[in-house]
Design a protein around this ligand. Structure first.
Ligand code: MZP
Length: 504
């Protein structure tokens, strides 16, 4: 006979936190939201951290390069979706990596004989208003000068004239030599009041560029998530079918974290893929997987598949119909509590900490807070990020409000069959597990995260905690009745806007 779990499947909105003593040090300015991503031994530091506990879902309608750049700037990580060709996914990763760094390889280059019209087209295509001019127009050609948008008046010039007529020639450009430190390069930019510093080798070949705007960006975003070369960190979704071909291309392009993207991750296919990657790349790239909803599955992926982190959640996603279609899944709070308990037990037994991620179904900031309190090290969200300006979908006006399309990876539109059928020769989507939907546009990633982060930090102070580990350890949660849920809203008053129009 089947095993029946007595406990009812519960969701995050059925719980409230009971405040703990806040001491004088429990102030928002002292709170850290750093979160581990890679497994670590007691007493050691994880190789990979997030500065805020947020990652994006590996989905077509969520995670492109603009999202990855915007989120890394705030301290989180995007997982570029894998339901596209290896080539285009690797190009997206490379785009994030080349966006900003201390020393950037110059990727918009001109020959002196190129016309101004050609340069303008290149500017439109790349968005780069500063372009190096090299002898042969290549990244590391002999440096001849620089063309910026201050050198010409687009609508007044003869566009057929050569770039050499407009550029600032090399002898008038402030230059750095190979071997200069980033700090020295920035000081030179500052002192000489320049926007960009080309770095040349002894023979005059262009080696790199250093931009003032990157320095300013860095100072404005102290939490930004960078790799050792000071490039934005980026993650990539992968599947259990083509990882032998896909993973090398993604790692070459610079992916920092890989995540096996599957609706149900309790499978030998995940183990095989994870061990193959581990053997080839060791600990140089973090590997996550899932999704799971109970302790045994967590232990399998932690122990047998040697994953760095495990994602929790089946069927809770805002666009997900897996529970309706297949009858599998678990309430997200019950799943988190079961997996967090097993994670803690595993840590006690082995001294190895495996971070866990709550994935899907987080429909407001309160649920994010409860997920972290229940032991999630970080959260993965799709809808939350799909609603921002940086998601890769077009804005559309419906009934006077602005929306963006948001569709599940298991929908007919995404056709990500690899996520739902992890092994064998199966190809193609036989039935849908996700829907095609719209979400309202709410603003920039930065603005929505600012609000969520402020709330989390405020609650952590209520709970007498200065970091996420303390928060989960200190958390005391109570289940709420339907009546107390109602009590939590406004009561016996008429609310402005909701009940009484503001212009009355
Ligand atoms: P949400 O943040 O929009 O509620 O959920 C996003 C999560 O739903 C993803 O990270 C992924 O785990 C899951 N997902 C993505 N596509 C589908 C689907 O088509 C899905 N069923 O469930």
């Amino acid at each position: 006979m089947a095993t029946i779990i007595d406990e009812v499947s519960r969701t995050f909105s059925e719980y409230l936190l009971i405040p703990r003593l806040s001491r004088s040090e429990h102030q928002v300015k002292n709170v850290s939201l750093r979160a581990p991503v890679s497994r670590y031994k007691a007493g050691a530091e994880p190789e990979f951290w997030l500065n805020i506990p947020f990652v994006t879902a590996s989905m077509q309608s969520v995670s492109g390069p603009d999202m990855a750049i915007a989120l890394a700037r705030e301290g989180g990580l995007a997982f570029i979706y894998c339901s596209q060709t290896v080539k285009s996914q690797a190009e997206m990763i490379a785009k994030v990596k080349s966006h900003k760094a201390g020393f950037v390889a110059s990727d918009s280059n001109l020959k002196p004989t190129d016309t101004l019209g050609y340069a303008l087209n290149l500017r439109r295509k790349t968005g780069h208003s500063t372009m190096a001019v090299t002898g042969d127009g290549t990244t590391n050609g002999i440096f001849l000068g620089i063309l910026t948008d201050k050198d010409y008046w687009e609508f007044d010039e003869d566009l057929s004239r050569p770039v050499s007529d407009f550029m600032t020639p090399a002898d008038k450009v402030v230059l750095g030599q190979t071997g200069i430190s980033l700090h020295e390069a920035n000081v030179l930019l500052h002192k000489r009041k320049k926007e960009c510093l080309p770095i040349l080798d002894q023979e005059g070949h262009l080696q790199a560029m250093v931009f003032k705007k990157d320095y300013v960006d860095h100072r404005n975003n102290p939490d930004e998530l960078l790799d050792v070369q000071k490039r934005f960190a980026v993650g990539a979704g992968i599947n259990t079918h083509d990882y032998r071909e896909r993973v090398p291309a993604l790692v070459d392009a610079g992916a920092d974290v890989l995540c096996l993207d599957a609706s149900d991750g309790y499978s030998e296919f995940q183990k095989e893929a994870a061990l193959w990657i581990r053997e080839k790349y060791g600990n140089s790239v973090a590997i996550g997987g899932g999704n799971v909803v109970h302790g045994d599955a967590f232990r399998y992926l932690a122990e047998e598949a040697q994953l760095d982190f495990v994602k929790v959640g089946i069927g809770g996603g805002s666009i997900c119909i897996t529970r309706e279609q297949k009858g599998i899944g678990r309430g997200q709070a019950s799943a988190m509590m079961a997996v967090a308990a097993e994670r803690d037990l595993y840590y006690k037994e082995t001294g190895i900490y495996i971070p866990i991620c709550s994935d899907g179904g987080l429909s407001n900031d309160t649920q994010i807070i409860i997920a972290l309190a229940m032991g999630a090290d970080f959260v993965m969200m799709g809808r939350y990020f799909a609603m921002t300006n940086e998601s890769p979908t077009p804005r559309m006006s419906i009934g006077g409000r602005v929306y963006k399309p948001y569709w599940g990876e298991g929908s007919n539109r995404a056709r990500n069959w690899q996520r739902y059928s992890q092994g064998g020769a199966d190809t193609g989507l036989k039935f849908e597990e996700g829907v095609d939907a719209y979400v309202p546009v709410v603003g920039n990633v930065k603005d929505v995260l600012d609000l969520t982060v402020s709330k989390i930090k405020a609650v952590m102070c209520n709970m007498g905690s200065l970091n996420l580990k303390e928060f989960a350890d200190n958390a005391v949660l109570t289940r709420i009745s339907e009546q107390s849920f109602v009590e939590g809203g406004t009561s016996n008053v008429l609310s402005l806007d909701k009940d009484i129009p503001r212009n009355v």
